[in-house]
Design a protein around this ligand. Structure first.
Ligand code: NDP
Length: 446
């Protein structure tokens, strides 16, 4: 049977673009459909622009400590509009790079939303396209809970491009996005209220990490409101009054940022036209071959996995293409995935929390350390770094590593490699630290 393409990819984000390029590199005829800008969440409205704002926010501490190092920078001032314009220019540049990566690799880019019609066909702008295989890589989109007035809230998408910095804002949720944005805006001088329904922020992280991070955010000036739900957002002139189910009231909020998770982006994708399996949360249910039911339909990235991380989507897609079109026989392994919350301080984790490790590995040895990083020693900044290693007693294997502090993300990457390869605590002890660094603490913890 003749098809227009060997492969149709729906969604030109990180997972989709990588898959399309690799397939085309193997000589396959590939089309990629995108209804928005090429680059997807990570490049256009997620990791990349967020990290640029994180860098901007980081200057505040640098300026605060500069005097102790002999610098006189009294007249430093900040301009949000300049930052956003520069950020937009950078995202534009990256978007162009993505476009040329696709065209250089011979992938046909069709800049329209595609809807699946049957197991081998999609329709876009009233035209049908067929392929031997279809790969769904449509990512995820912000989830808004059903609250009166929720239409007044913005998501992280809009928060990355506010027209001006508000004086006061409220952030709903206490996961990755909520705390990252809370720290960005707080550092830039906004009064930030973080409203969380639970009794401890960052559910899913190690409890010591959660406690340490929460204390640090509060010390930095974020107003953390626990055990509270926003039940109504009431417009009040240009601002909003928030009704909470606790006795706290938040009036005159200029921005309400909803950071209550993300859901699979399957809207108008035509999944009802094919026998695709869905999970309870609406994600496409895939097996180890990334297949989601019909023999020709596959999915990678946020649309199908719970590890909503760019490198995971990329790896899933790349390995799948290698297996289909190359001589590959590797599969992604989801254990010991490192990740970093780019808050102030950063939180980097790899492997199990103490609570999870107790369940999986029985008796443990726990090593912790808390110290003031050298870069703050001469300054008024009292920030501390926290590190924790979790070791299975029976095997001496390091099964968890958690760092909260400056540069935690940069530190964890190398340790994650060692942990994934099964390093023991004794082997870690044999390593020589680099002095003076914060990371050396991880090879000297006793
Ligand atoms: P998260 O799942 O991390 O956090 C969602 C937060 O919203 C939680 O605090 C959750 O509470 C709360 N929440 C959920 N539903 C409701 C509700 N109905 N009412 C009130 N609160 C609610 O999602 P994010 O959107 O922050 O991030 C999505 C994913 O994207 C992350 O899990 C991560 O995989 C990825 N990401 C990664 C980043 C990185 O690597 N640096 C950065 C940003 C995102 P509860 O805990 O009680 O469920």
């Amino acid at each position: 049977m003749g098809f227009d393409f060997d492969l149709i990819v729906i969604g030109a984000g990180s997972g989709g673009v990588r898959s399309a390029r690799i397939a085309a590199g193997y000589g396959k005829k590939v089309a990629i459909f995108e209804g928005s800008d090429v680059g997807g969440t990570c490049v256009i409205r997620g990791c990349v622009p967020k990290k640029l704002l994180v860098y901007a926010a980081g200057f505040v501490k640098t300026f605060k400590s500069a005097q102790a190092f002999g610098w006189d920078i009294d007249d430093a001032s900040f301009n949000w509009q300049n930052l956003i314009a520069n950020k937009d220019a950078e995202i534009n540049r990256l978007n162009k790079i993505y476009l040329s990566l696709l065209s250089n690799s011979g992938v046909e880019l069709i800049q329209h939303h595609a809807t699946i019609v049957d197991n081998h066909t999609v329709v876009a702008a009233n035209k049908n396209y067929s392929a031997k295989r279809i790969l769904i890589a449509t990512g995820s989109t912000p989830f808004f809970p059903e609250i009166d007035g929720i239409e007044h809230a913005v998501s992280s998408n809009e928060a990355l491009s506010l027209n001006s910095l508000p004086e006061e804002m409220t952030i709903m949720g206490a996961g990755y996005i909520a705390v990252e944005f809370a720290c960005i805006f707080n550092a830039l001088g906004v009064k930030v209220n973080l409203v969380y329904r639970g009794d401890k922020i960052l559910r899913g992280f190690d409890n010591d990490v959660r406690n340490f991070a929460e204390e640090s955010y509060i010390k930095n000036g974020i107003n953390v409101i626990l055990n509270s739900n926003i039940i109504e957002i009431k417009p009040n002139h240009e601002k909003f009054d928030l009704v909470l189910d606790s006795d706290i009231s938040l009036k005159n909020q200029e921005v309400v940022l909803c950071a209550t998770g993300r859901i699979a982006n399957t809207y108008n994708l035509g999944l009802e036209n094919i026998q695709v399996k869905l999970k309870y949360n609406g994600q496409v249910d895939v097996d180890a071959e990334q297949n989601c039911g019909p023999r020709s339909i596959f999915a990678v990235g946020d649309v199908c996995n719970n590890d909503n991380l760019t490198p995971v989507a990329i790896k899933e897609g790349h390995l799948l293409m290698d297996r289909w079109y190359g001589n590959g026989n590797s599969y992604i392994e989801y254990d010991y995935l490192p990740s970093t919350v780019f808050s102030q301080p950063e939180i980097a984790s790899c492997g199990y929390t103490e609570e999870q490790a107790e369940e999986h590995f029985g008796a443990l040895q726990i090593f912790t350390s808390k110290f003031r990083a050298m870069k703050y020693a001469m300054t008024d900044i009292q920030d501390q770094t926290f590190m924790k290693l979790i070791v299975q007693k029976e095997t001496d294997l390091v099964v968890g590593c958690h760092i909260v502090g400056a540069d935690a993300g940069e530190m964890i990457q190398g340790f994650a490699v060692a942990i994934k390869q099964g390093i023991t605590k004794s082997k870690l002890n044999q390593c020589i630290g680099i002095h003076p660094t914060s990371a050396e603490e991880l090879v000297t913890m006793n």
